[in-house]
Structures are given as structure tokens and as C-alpha cells.
Design a protein around this ligand. Structure first.
Ligand code: NAD
Ligand code: MG
Length: 420
């Protein structure tokens, strides 16, 4: 491949070609430049109105010569989605909530097609004119769009970690079979993905995921007994949607990321560790068998990992601020407090056991976080509920997708029954 040319994924004569890079399915990359310049990558953004979705559209706006938003989805925020459609001029928008679609002002569509529900997502992510799908829907609701895109052999930039937590082995297998590819958007996994390019999978001694420690770093269990929703939503370094912000406060986010790394990179659970790094500048590191450690560093801004997933394997100048090396003073590291934040151990355990555990943990956590946010569960009970539901469940080692959907529903019901 000539260096410096714009590359887009294409199936190699319908047959799988050798994978580029260590992870993902078999995709050949062919130059798609024309005399007029490089072809623009056509992007569908699922969950466009959320924190990741908005950052993603900002990246696309800055890189308009390379990227084009052709489809956007939101659940019920019809006005916000219409405003995004006015600015980006996509071909389709989808509102997954039919009631929101009914209320939508069709006169404001301006040539763009309004689609509704899961069928709308399906139509957008499988369309032959789409190159990349960004999955930025929150929670298990993101599984369907990721699955449909991979079934169609698309490249998926995956922010929705819950999909991998719930069904990692099935999702990775689907990507492999259909010639699709998963590229990480989560900042830690993007860092690991970049560091892994320096060696072979067999040369990885360990992967260390960094975490800020969240708003309650340094607190004791007693101090966390009565924390409020507002306090849990005050994250020190990242501005994110409410669910992942609460996950960051319990450290469940890091637990989910251990499981995400386990499946995305095919690493044994024992090789994945976590360290607290409050400044959120070092986004993770990989230690190789010779003792060399490679890390990826940048200011905490999700637009950079999003951009890397969208322009991969190329690097281009984008909208994010750079590290100012003259202003750096010190970076801190601490071991996580596993007693105060027991969610973290659930991540290691579930990554080790696999099977139905990921779907159960994810669903119990989603239900518990929902209840904490609506005031019907205390902060410390989130991890307790997850532990109890996980312990009660009927483990199965090789579940099908429909079995995972069933245990997801069961775990939510169990979590909703919890009282202290
Ligand atoms: P968010 O709450 O800000 O946005 C969620 C988006 O999903 C919105 O567009 C919403 O309309 C849509 N949505 C919500 N419920 C839906 C449903 N039932 N069906 C279809 N669409 C639905 O969330 P976020 O912070 O942007 O996070 C999105 C995903 O990215 C999560 O999986 C999160 O773990 C992951 N992630 C986020 C960040 C971050 O910085 N925000 C970083 C890493 C990973
Ligand atoms: Mg992360």
C-alpha cells in the first residue's frame, strides 16, 4: 500500500484476506483515492445526541475532507437530532423511540429520511454506502446496532462497551466470520490498541488500564454511605453521560473495561490490571515480555480516540489540544482501593469466568444504576446488587445470543427486587 493515501475497507473479492493488525476480522484495505482527492469515509453515528455522539460529530465537522456523517440516531431527543441533521445533512436519521418519531417535526427534515426503531438502525448500518458505524448508544440497547453492522461486514468504532461485556465472544466471532472489524473508541482500549502495534500478541506480558479513580477517590466506605446523585455525577476529569459517570464513581466502569479488553484483544484475564492515575493523561499501557512498556498519552478528550478509530490506520491533525510538555509537572499513580470499590473485583471475576457472567453483571449494573439515579437505591448498594445477582444466576459457559438476552432480562428483574 502506498503510504499517505486514503484507505477504505473493502472486502477482497468476497474472500477473507489476512487481517491487518493483531485484532478484528479479516479486512483488506485498498486505496480509494481519485484524481479529485481521497474518498470521504461515510459514517453512521448511533447515539449521536449523547456525549460520545456529539464529540464524534465535532471530529467529523473538523475532518470534512475525509469524513462524512450519512446517518444519525437518537432514542427520544428528536429536537436535538433534527438540529444535528440540519448541520450535518445526513441521508437518514433514526429515532428508536416510536413515540418521539411520531412527535418529530417532519417539515424540518429538509430532504433527510426519518426512520424509526430497530428497523431504522438496521437499514442505516447495513447500507452498502456506509463505511464505518460508530456505536455510541448507552447500555445493552447498543447490542442490536453493533450486531447488525458486523453481520453486514462493516467496520465498527465501538464506544458501547456494554455490547462486548454482554456478548464479547459472540461479537468477536461474528466480526471474524463476516470480515468486519472492531476498532476501540474507549480511551483506554484505544491506547492499548495503539501500544499493541509495537509487538506481537504472544509478546504481551500484561496490559495495565488506567483510571482516574472517579469523584470518590480516597473516600472510605463509611463516607460513601449517603452520597447523592449530584456528587456521583461530578467527575473530576471527564464529561460523560450519566450512566458511565456513575460507573466511574463505583469503579464499575473499570470493571467493564477489563471485560471489554479481555474480548477485544483476546487477552487472558490474568494479564489485565488496573492502576489509578488521577490526571487521566496516560490512557493505558502495555508491558511486553522484554520488559518494555508502551503507553499512549494525550489530554483527556474523547475526540482523539474517536478520531483515531475513524481515520485508522492513518493519523491526521484534528481538533484536540496537544500536551504542552513545558507545563507538565508530575503524574500520580495509586493502587485501586478494592475494599471501598468492590465493583472492580467483579470485573476480574467475570473476565475470568466468561459465559453468561458478562450479560448478568452488565444488566444488573444497568438496572442498579438506573435505580440509583432515580433515588430508589443507595450508592453502595449498586455493587452489592451486582454481586448478589451474579452469585444467584444459573451459569452457562457457552450461551447463545438468545440465552444472553434471556439472562439480561432475568438479571434486571432480580436487581429491581433488591431492597436493603
Ligand atoms: P449518553 O447518555 O451521553 O448518550 C447516549 C446516547 O444513546 C444518546 O444519543 C441517546 O439518545 C442514545 N440512547 C439512549 N438509550 C437508548 C436506547 N434505549 N436505544 C437507542 N438509543 C439510546 O452516553 P455516552 O456517555 O455518550 O456513552 C455512550 C457509550 O459510550 C456508553 O456505552 C459508554 O460506556 C461509552 N463511552 C463513553 C465515554 C464518554 O466519554 N462519554 C467514554 C468511553 C466509552
Ligand atoms: Mg474508558
Amino acid at each position: 500500500m502506498p503510504p499517505g493515501r486514503w484507505l477504505v475497507p473493502v472486502a477482497a473479492g468476497g474472500k477473507p484476506a489476512p487481517a491487518l493488525g493483531p485484532f478484528g476480522g479479516s479486512v483488506a484495505f485498498a486505496a480509494a483515492s481519485t484524481e479529485a482527492g481521497p474518498a470521504r469515509r461515510r459514517v453512521v453515528v448511533l447515539g449521536a445526541t449523547g456525549s460520545i455522539g456529539v464529540s464524534c460529530l465535532d471530529v467529523i465537522a473538523h475532518l470534512g475532507d475525509r469524513l462524512q456523517a450519512v446517518g444519525l440516531s437518537a432514542h427520544s431527543s428528536g429536537d436535538a437530532l433534527l438540529e444535528q441533521a440540519r448541520r450535518c445533512q445526513p441521508r437518514w436519521i433514526t429515532l428508536t423511540d416510536p413515540e418521539a418519531a411520531r412527535r418529530c417535526d417532519r417539515a424540518a427534515l429538509d430532504g433527510c429520511e426519518l426512520l424509526v426503531g430497530a428497523d431504522g438502525i438496521q437499514k442505516m448500518v447495513t447500507h452498502p454506502d456506509v463505511d464505518v458505524v460508530v456505536t455510541a448508544i448507552v447500555g445493552a440497547a447498543g447490542l442490536h446496532g453493533t450486531w447488525a453492522a458486523l453481520e453486514a461486514g462493516k467496520t465498527v468504532a465501538v464506544a458501547n462497551k456494554e455490547t462486548l461485556v454482554m456478548a464479547g465472544p459472540l461479537v468477536m466471532d461474528l466480526a471474524q466470520r463476516q470480515g468486519g472489524r472492531l476498532l476501540p473508541v474507549d480511551s483506554e482500549h484505544s491506547a492499548v490498541f495503539q501500544a499493541l502495534a509495537s509487538g506481537r500478541a504472544s509478546e504481551v506480558a500484561r496490559v495495565v488500564l488506567t483510571g482516574s479513580g472517579g469523584p470518590f477517590r480516597g473516600k472510605t466506605t463509611a463516607q460513601l454511605a449517603n452520597v447523592t446523585v449530584d456528587e456521583a455525577l461530578r467527575h473530576p476529569t471527564w464529561r460523560m453521560g450519566p450512566k458511565i459517570t456513575v460507573d466511574s464513581a463505583t469503579l464499575m466502569n473499570k470493571a467493564l473495561e477489563i471485560i471489554e479488553a479481555r474480548w477485544l484483544f483476546g487477552l487472558p484475564a490474568e494479564k489485565i490490571e488496573v492502576i489509578i492515575h488521577p490526571e487521566s493523561v496516560i490512557h493505558s499501557f502495555v508491558e511486553f515480555t522484554d520488559g518494555s512498556v508502551l503507553a499512549q498519552l494525550s489530554p483527556p478528550d474523547m475526540r482523539l480516540p474517536i478520531q483515531y478509530a475513524l481515520t485508522w490506520p492513518e493519523r491526521v491533525s484534528g481538533p484536540t489540544r496537544r500536551l504542552d510538555w513545558r507545563e507538565l509537572s508530575c503524574w500520580r499513580f495509586e493502587q485501586p482501593d478494592r475494599e471501598t470499590f468492590p465493583a472492580l473485583d467483579l470485573g476480574h471475576e467475570v473476565a475470568r469466568r466468561g459465559g453468561t457472567c458478562g450479560a448478568v453483571l452488565n444488566a444488573a449494573n444497568e438496572a442498579a444504576v438506573g435505580r440509583f439515579l432515580n433515588g430508589s437505591l443507595r450508592f453502595l448498594d449498586i455493587a452489592r446488587v451486582c454481586r448478589a445477582v451474579l452469585d444467584q444466576h444459573n451459569y452457562s459457559a457457552r450461551p447463545t445470543l438468545s440465552e444472553l438476552t434471556a439472562v439480561d432480562a432475568w438479571a434486571r428483574q432480580e436487581a429491581d427486587r433488591w431492597t436493603h
